[in-house]
Write a protein that binds this ligand. Structure first.
Ligand code: SF4
Length: 344
């Protein structure tokens, strides 16, 4: 396992006071371009850290932009040569959302996702997750791109709940050292209950928003498109959702169910009814459904037509379920949801 910057720092400078690492973190999120510019450090320490600890753990290999420059995808190389993708997207608030990865590849093998087809190569470290934000901050300065990064979605390559501690620790750093508040950060998961149950009890888990990649409320259909689905998935999800919403007991905190609409698989009126029945069985108005047009990735799945999407959304709205239809960004550069696969 690659040691984190903090582990290296503590190993190399065991006699430094504990506040030094906080100074180091402040430096990493400042305008400084290297350890030598971290002014809070005494000069001997700046030189020593510069020599032994890397300033950033991701290096840009390629950048692709949509024609309108509203979506930018980076292929980032890690210190061991593996690659991940990360995306910067202009959002409706005239600011920017970044979509960051949590693993190299993914073991979940969802049928609609290019990352799943890669298999899992390895977990990303806390530094590699945090540094995707730092990379985009630096890129924006360098390219003179105006508007702040206002939102972070952990929806890039990988299943965040399968890399729980590194994701949690990275999110805590991002919450503390950036101006992106926890309710502007969303973690999306296919539903790893060992981690989701732990999260309910974990006092270190930050109050970020969660999104469950549901994609079907039919116990026969979901395992076909998401083979990681356990046999008791829906019972467990119902119990977990109730417990989660009970714990996050305020009106601003909702839970999102994400639903990619696939032609003839999960977009029929009977599929909408199963979804409505499942949500009503949870009995909460703090669930939202985010309908997502399918972005062509691996396999022979097809996107639902606009007519099918509108009909599906209408049925949900008629049943008092708050539903949004996500705008898809970055399809022309394979940067849209489900298309990230680390291809140069
Ligand atoms: S959709 Fe998410 S969980 Fe499923 S294979 Fe892709 S990255 Fe993994």
């Amino acid at each position: 396992m690659i040691p984190t910057r903090q582990q290296l720092f503590q190993k190399l400078f065991p006699n430094e006071p504990s506040y030094r690492w906080k100074q180091a973190l402040s430096g990493l999120f400042s305008q400084a371009k290297g350890w030598k510019e971290v002014s809070a450090f005494p000069s001997f320490l700046r030189e020593a850290v510069e020599k032994d600890i890397s300033w950033i753990s991701v290096q840009v290999k390629t950048i692709e932009k949509t024609k309108d420059n509203e979506t930018i995808k980076s292929l980032l190389q890690l210190t061991d040569g593996l690659e991940i993708e990360s995306v910067l997207m202009r959002n409706a608030r005239d600011a920017w959302t970044i979509c960051i990865s949590s693993q190299v590849g993914c073991a979940m093998r969802c049928a609609f996702c290019s990352t799943g087809a890669m298999g899992l190569k390895r977990q990303l470290s806390q530094d590699e997750i945090v540094d995707q934000y730092r990379f985009w901050q630096q890129y924006k300065i360098q390219e003179q791109i105006h508007g702040r990064i206002s939102n972070i979605v952990v929806m890039g390559m990988g299943e965040p709940m399968a890399n729980y501690e590194n994701v949690r620790d990275a999110l805590n750093i991002l919450c503390e050292y950036t101006d992106v508040g926890p309710t502007k950060i969303t973690v999306s998961t296919a539903g790893i209950f060992a981690s989701l149950d732990h999260l309910l009890e974990d006092t270190l888990w930050p109050p970020v928003r969660m999104a469950i990649s549901l994609h079907s409320a039919d116990p026969l259909v979901r395992p076909r498109i998401m083979p990681s689905t356990p046999y008791d998935f829906f019972d467990h999800l119902r119990d977990w959702t109730k417990a989660y919403l009970e714990k996050q007991g305020n009106r601003t905190h909702h839970l999102t169910f994400e639903y990619i609409l696939l032609d003839g698989i999960n977009d029929r009126p009977e599929d909408a009814k199963k979804l409505i029945t499942f949500i009503h069985s949870i009995d909460s108005h703090r669930i939202r459904v985010n309908l997502i047009p399918y972005n062509k990735a691996e396999g022979d799945l097809r996107s639902s037509t606009k007519k099918q999407r509108d009909a599906f959304q209408r049925l949900l709205k008629e049943s008092d379920i708050i539903t949004t239809l996500r705008t898809s960004y970055g399809q022309e550069i394979s940067a849209a949801c489900g298309q990230l696969a680390g291809k140069s």
